[in-house]
Design a protein around this ligand. Structure first.
Ligand SMILES: O=C(O)CCC(=O)C(=O)O
Ligand SMILES: [Fe+2]
Length: 321
């Protein structure tokens, strides 16, 4: 299946819920009936993703300094990059002590058995866990002091608060984008100016080696079943793994949306050959990946041995013309 086709599906899905009609179902492309992945998955729970992909060089990281006076300027850069490409990769610039403590907290949650299998959220409901689609283990953290995990996740919650502050700024900057940028990847489904409407609890996840993976999907393919806003529009993922190498696998693979990729000659050639242009992002400590939760197809490549930890926050938006 070509990238153009995938992206067209993604865009159709993003619009389906806006028009008030039934949401357009999106089978995770790597698991569509008859594809190699679907066949492999029938034989093994840990089959690696086999969607044909041309791996392009990842764009330069934006060096952020979360929680400092430069955050406003950083948010403007991120908003522009999101509008042009649908995703961006940042170095968050958090103090080493904070990121190292958060990584230790995530490992301790796993050791204590707090991380469990979960299904996808579709139309606002969590579906039963399906090990042919994802084999990560996760838990949602709450920031209220009475939450049972509150005392053991203070560094993770500090990162959660920093991401929320930054996310609010990014959405504010996205609302200032031009109409053209908003129609690309910077606005609502009909190019509306985005407005921050909320966020979910932070999710801490581990891919515990053994080929664990998360098949190709869009986080919010159906508006999350919400009437009053667009549901999740941005995904923020902060990675918690020191010295992650190519050979450790586990890259976050982003499928370039076709309307963004067509300006790149290599991506265009790949699409013409029916191959998806993708970029792979290594889940290295302090890397912050940000992408459109409602439009960008992505997957987690299989993790053969190392345990891979990440903390994700989803931001919901409404829109205004
Ligand atoms: O951890 C990642 O890199 C991505 C995970 C993901 O796509 C998800 O949980 O929806
Ligand atoms: Fe996802």
């Amino acid at each position: 299946m070509g990238a153009q086709h995938l992206a067209a599906e993604a865009e159709a899905a993003a619009e389906g819920w806006r028009g008030g009609g039934p949401p357009v179902p999106l089978v995770p492309p790597s698991l569509a009936p008859g594809t190699p992945r679907a066949l492999a998955a029938a034989h093994s729970l840990l089959a690696p993703a086999t969607l044909r992909a041309a791996v392009l060089r990842a764009p330069e990281r934006i060096a952020l300094r979360l929680g400092t006076a430069t955050e406003g300027r950083d948010a403007t850069l991120v908003a522009r990059r999101l509008a042009e490409a649908g995703f961006c990769v940042c170095a968050a610039g958090l103090r080493g002590a904070v990121s190292a403590s958060a990584a230790a907290e995530a490992r301790a949650l796993h050791r204590r058995g707090e991380l469990r299998s979960k299904g996808f959220v579709r139309r606002g409901r969590r579906l039963p866990h399906d090990p042919t689609q994802r084999t990560d283990l996760c838990v949602m953290l709450g920031d209220e002091p009475c939450h049972p995990l509150h005392a053991s996740t203070t560094a993770l919650l500090a990162i959660d608060a920093a991401i929320e502050r930054f996310a609010r700024r990014v959405v504010e900057r996205m609302a200032r984008l031009t109409a053209r940028q908003r129609r690309l990847m910077g606005g609502g489904p009909s190019g509306e100016r985005l407005r921050y409407s909320g966020r979910g609890d932070m999710m801490v996840a581990v891919y515990p080696g053994g080929g664990s993976f998360h098949g190709a999907h869009i986080d919010n393919q159906d508006g999350d079943g919400r009437e009053h806003d667009f549901g999740r529009v941005l995904t923020f993922i902060y990675y918690l793994n020191q010295d992650w190498k190519d050979e450790d696998g586990g890259a976050l693979r982003i499928f370039l949306p076709s309307i963004c990729a067509e300006h790149d000659p290599i991506a265009r050639a790949a699409m013409a050959a029916g191959i998806s242009p993708v970029v792979d992002i290594l889940p290295e400590l302090d890397t912050l990946a940000i992408f459109r939760a409602d439009r960008v197809i992505h997957e987690v490549r299989p993790c053969p041995t190392r345990h891979r930890y990440a903390a994700s926050v989803w931001v919901t938006c409404s829109g205004e013309c």
